[in-house]
Design a binder for this molecule. Structure first.
Ligand code: SAH
Length: 321
């Protein structure tokens, strides 16, 4: 018998150690190179607004194959050489397998946790990172509360004290991602004391409820069966992340929808310009990818963007309507 978050941590560590996650799912940087390029240019603009600190730490959490950062650095070198010279790349990644893939494309220093990042001015990017962190689930029943555990491949709910929840979702299930809140607090207090901005992009459900999902061989699967054979994720509670960061002393921008954010950063213009230089088939694929990232019916609304940042910075690009 294991508490759900302990089960999820163990299952995902085994999954990321043994599988190529990209055989099972895809992510925004793998869909279009423009995604990473825009985030690189976003970081360059924010670096300017921070007063061009040199050196500056450019960090990414859970870089996957390193595609986002590879695309970001190419755009940064072309458009912002001074930022390219000032930045020191630091990656937070626990999977040895993915670290090896990242090292094929990126020259960086690797760390096991956000807490291990060196001090100093910070720009941090994290795409689909928080969704992989382990959650607890509390189930509201007529006779009181129970916490979800996993036993022999099946969920088991054990009576527990009432959790502190602001709103009860319709299905009576409340999720709590303690590692995400710990990271929000840590970054929040860090950027309250020293200049920094951290950008998170992820799925965020409005309304809460049970969002645990498993993807195995490219399909939805039973999250409790065969630990380590499926990728387990849950939607990110951006309001809870924002509150934790604010309570630690940081300012917060967003959450805003990924579609609006990317379009404000120039997704459509940049894609059209790039497409004009490409053969017709590749051009059509690039335009289709931009739609997939930004349109509400695809990833544009389900995905949200939040920044945790030092007070006193000018408005961050992409957040103002
Ligand atoms: N950002 C990438 C990958 C997303 S998959 C993309 O957009 O394609 C999640 C990533 O987070 C993987 O690299 C995984 O190994 C890493 N990861 C998961 N849990 C982690 C943890 N607790 N600490 C550090 N990295 C973690």
């Amino acid at each position: 018998m294991e508490r759900l978050d302990h089960f999820m941590a163990r299952a995902n560590a085994a999954y990321y150690a043994a599988h190529d996650p990209y055989a099972d799912f895809t992510t925004a940087p793998e869909i279009s190179q423009v995604f990473g390029e825009l985030l690189g240019l976003w970081a360059a603009t924010v670096w300017e607004s921070m007063g061009r600190p040199d050196p500056v730490i450019l960090a990414e959490l859970g870089p996957g194959r390193g595609t986002l950062m590879h695309d970001a650095l190419r755009a940064i070198r072309a458009a912002a050489p001074a930022f390219a010279a000032a930045l020191r790349l630091h990656l937070v990644e626990t999977s040895p397998r993915l670290r090896a893939l990242q090292a094929e494309r990126l020259r960086a220093t690797w760390h096991d946790s956000v807490a291990a990042l060196p001090s100093g001015p910070l720009l941090l990017l994290a795409n689909e990172f928080l969704d992989a962190l382990p959650i607890r689930q509390f189930v509201h029943r007529p006779d009181g509360w129970a916490e979800r555990h996993v036993d022999a491949g099946a969920p088991v709910d054990l009576t527990c004290p009432a959790p502190a929840v602001p709103v009860l979702p319709d299905d009576g299930i409340v999720e709590l991602c303690e590692p995400a809140l710990d990271i929000a607090r840590l970054l929040g207090s860090r950027v309250a004391d020293s200049p920094g901005v951290a950008l998170f992009l992820d799925y965020g459900a409005a309304g809460g409820g049970d969002t645990l999902q498993a993807i195995r061989d490219g399909r939805f699967a039973d999250p409790f069966a065969d630990a380590g054979e499926a990728d387990l994720t849950a939607h990110v509670d951006f309001d809870a992340v924002a509150t934790a960061a604010r309570e630690a002393g940081a300012a917060v921008a967003g959450p805003v929808s990924q579609g609006a954010f990317l379009v404000r950063l120039g997704l459509l213009h940049r894609t059209e310009r790039l497409a004009r230089t490409q053969p017709p088939e590749r051009a059509a694929a690039l335009l289709g990818a931009a739609r997939r990232l930004s349109e509400p019916a695809w990833m544009g609304r389900l995905f949200q963007v939040l920044a945790i940042h030092s007070r006193g910075l000018p408005d961050l690009p992409g957040f103002a309507a």
